[in-house]
Design a protein around this ligand. Sequence first.
Ligand code: ADP
Ligand code: ZN
Length: 638
Amino acid sequence: MAGALTACHGSSCNTVRTPADIALASQSTSQDVLHEIFGFDAFRGPQAEIIQHVVSGGDALVLMPTGGGKSLCYQVPAIVRQRAGHGVAIVVSPLIALMHNQVGALHEVGVSAAFLNSTLDMAAAREVEQRMLRGDITLLYAAPERIPTPRFLALLTSLFERGQLSLFAIDEAHCVSQWGHDFRPEYRAMSVLHEQFPGVPRLALTATADSLTRQDMVHHLALHDARQFVSSFDRPNISYRITEKRDGMAQLLAFIQAEFDGDAGVVYCQSRRRVEEVADQLVRAGVNALAYHAGMDAGIRQRNQDRFLREDGVVVVATIAFGMGIDKPDVRFVAHMDMPKNIEGYYQETGRAGRDGEAAVAWMAYGLADVINQRRMIDEGVASDEFKQALRGKLDALLALAEATDCRRVHLLDYFGEPSKACGNCDNCLSPPQVYDATQAARKLLSTIYRFQQSSGMAFGSGHLIDVLRGKTTDRVTQYQHDKLSTFGIGADMSDVQWRALLRQLVASGAVVVDAGMYKTLQLGEPARALLRDQAQVWQRVASTSASKGAASRTTNKADDTDLDVHAQPVFTALKAWRAEVARSHDLPAYVIFNNNTLKALAQLRPSDADELVGVPGIGSKKLEAYGDQVLRVIAMS
Ligand code: ADP
Ligand code: ZN
């Protein structure tokens, strides 16, 4: 390991330092870098410990939720180690489309960074390689598929032999796992790094990892000796809400219009067609919405992503192809129009809300069709039985979250192995649902399905089942003489909606199995047995009647500007306009120039000279020099 005894490669240093010396020295140096370059006061959570570990040459596996501050965990060590003569840091990042912004953000704070990817022509790529060899670059971003290419390996070898590879950071490291939802086979090639460049510290980072994924990362990235830093996965500023889907589109619209008018958000849909439809309807209703999915023209897709990143208040309607690596801090809501496949997916997608730490909402509408679709996709997939079983287990955990009548966050964190208490900031905590003992009703439903089988030797769908339970004499009921069944009309006391909700819960638990074919007929599953024998209970949520429940429960919030005093308000607006101008001319998203927290601090403080700008969070020395005068002028004039 590089940390065992690290000799300085720089000319200014002629003694060999022990790890303890380096650890001590790095503490202050990392602090200096945080302060001087990034303009922040203190490290957050485990950042300090991680950074110290990597600076002194250790390997690390970092599991930190979105917005936790992973980037600094490798950027600071890269800068510190480069200053100590260790050369360039290689950052493996899966998203070519975002490298421009990542590198641009580093340039804004005065750090020398570059990327190598397929968007560069030969000459430009060669230029970057030359700069790396000359020691001009602190951080180099590369896509995983580039790493094992002979040309790139030769470049790395040449740097390695001269002690000029400071570290490897493998971002979105969960992509190495086939159990995750973002499996990228290219990640498996990262094993060359420790084989060919032993001793260079490696840092793998991700925001999702259940235990299976974690094991996979350790195994495939050979991180057996790496220290694991597992942060709490809680995102306390995100309020989780899961609602019963009736008219999904109307519910979504009501949700956005009631609470998030003019805010940035992401709406996830299962299919490309749905994306188009939903985006279209939102636009018609006056929402500034754009579509994003893999089937679109690449140019339009990129443009939509850029607009989302650069403009204020854009809502992107997307398939899950959208979002990885998107580091826009002020996404106020993430809505799911269809249910994801598992909790990792749900957590990752909802995690894109509220990176800035301000209040945000994760909203999902879910219905029987979602449950059926997800089950069918697993059943009809080509995976092995063992794999399908794992997928079913993951789906079941998500269904349990969706059906939960107690704190959502407790369920979510429990899935990641983290114990917690009721949060007070999810729908179930804010307005605890009324539940009733639905065991008898469930038995009525199950025995009706059983009797269909007995009397006609056939299975039927949910509509017919509910008609029979409620005692409706439809043509079909008469045709099959189901009005003669002993269960005909025994459920007239419950509404269609209540029956449907109960059926959904029974399907979610596997007590009712829906045929994957065209007619979606119903059969009994194994868990039905215990219910029919009265050996198990079912608790059901009393169906809510108001469509947009929760709208009134947004308490603190509008993260934007309502927390500013009257004098700060116009200054904030003026600063935003100035920032938009600068961002446009630098071809970067606005938050890369300054994030909202920095602008708010400026608006509140209203400094009148450069000294007062020092210490404003997010203003490091480079930004002070580049923008200080302009900022003071904008403040003075507004
Ligand atoms: P992640 O990659 O873990 O999702 P980022 O690295 O994008 O998170 O960081 C999220 C936000 O938090 C960014 O705006 C970043 O500038 C900010 N941030 C990170 N660390 C600190 C810190 N120590 N002090 C203040 N802000 C920080
Ligand atoms: Zn809660």
